[in-house]
Design a protein around this ligand. Structure first.
Ligand SMILES: Cc1cc2nc3c(=O)[nH]c(=O)nc-3n(C[C@H](O)[C@H](O)[C@H](O)COP(=O)(O)O)c2cc1C
Length: 209
């Protein structure tokens, strides 16, 4: 099948992109507004951007009425956001937190999700998440036609990683999550999600690892 993207409807492009760009990691983003209200929502148009400084991107569409989602509104106002790792054990709560609540109403409170204060930013992380990236918002760019998308660029200013997730380190090795310990949930198209399947090790050409 050949499809001319110029003539497809936006919802058809969405279905194609989200079923072909897979599996996608899920950023479970917690924010806290200036009045102290917390907010939590998942986003899978999410990627790492660079390491010096550590940066990531999130693409967050506007709502149908043209307003910004709470995550964008709060991150813009406070300059802070926390990306929580979503693993299998948090699947149901992550999905439940995607419900669109009125501004000021907290998914965290509604769902009774336990949180822990962030260390480097004003905000909270999800207590059950075994890793969290505390971020400062660097930039927001708006793209798109009918329903605009906000591209958020954020700098990671603090890493929380549960010790159980870390690989056995040897002297001089950088801390990293162990591939056999992490159980990420990833997003496919439509209502589908995936667990990690079989892993395979493949050292880069010219390296010994
Ligand atoms: C797994 C998953 C991934 C999602 N990814 C995105 C995304 O990348 N961009 C987006 O705009 N909405 C995405 N959504 C929808 C938002 O989570 C949803 O609109 C949410 O209500 C936004 O919350 P907020 O207004 O509190 O920021 C996703 C939903 C789910 C369940």
């Amino acid at each position: 099948m050949e499809l001319d993207a110029q003539t497809l409807r936006a919802r058809d492009c969405y279905a194609l992109l989200t079923s072909l760009i897979v599996p996608r990691p899920i950023a479970w983003v917690s924010t806290k507004d200036q009045a102290g209200h917390t907010n939590l929502a998942p986003f899978s148009y999410f990627s790492g951007l660079g390491s010096d400084p550590p940066m990531l991107t999130l693409a967050i569409a506007q709502r149908r009425d043209g307003s910004d989602k709470d995550t964008v509104r709060i991150a813009r106002a406070t300059g802070a956001l926390c990306v929580n790792l979503v693993e299998e054990h948090d699947a149901a709560r992550m999905n439940a937190s995607s419900a669109e609540l009125p501004p000021g109403e907290s998914e965290i409170e509604r769902l009774g999700i336990a949180t822990t204060p962030c260390l480097a930013i004003e905000g909270v992380r999800v207590a059950s998440a075994r890793a969290a990236l505390e971020c400062r918002l660097i930039d927001v760019h708006r793209y798109g036609r009918t329903r605009a998308v906000n591209l958020l660029v954020a700098e990671v200013v603090h890493f929380f990683v549960d010790d159980g997730l870390l690989s056995a380190s040897h002297a001089g090795a950088p801390p990293a999550a162990a591939a056999d310990a992490i159980r990420p949930l990833s997003r496919l198209g439509d209502r589908w999600y995936a667990r990690l399947g079989e892993r395979l090790a493949m050292p880069r050409p010219g390296t010994t690892g």
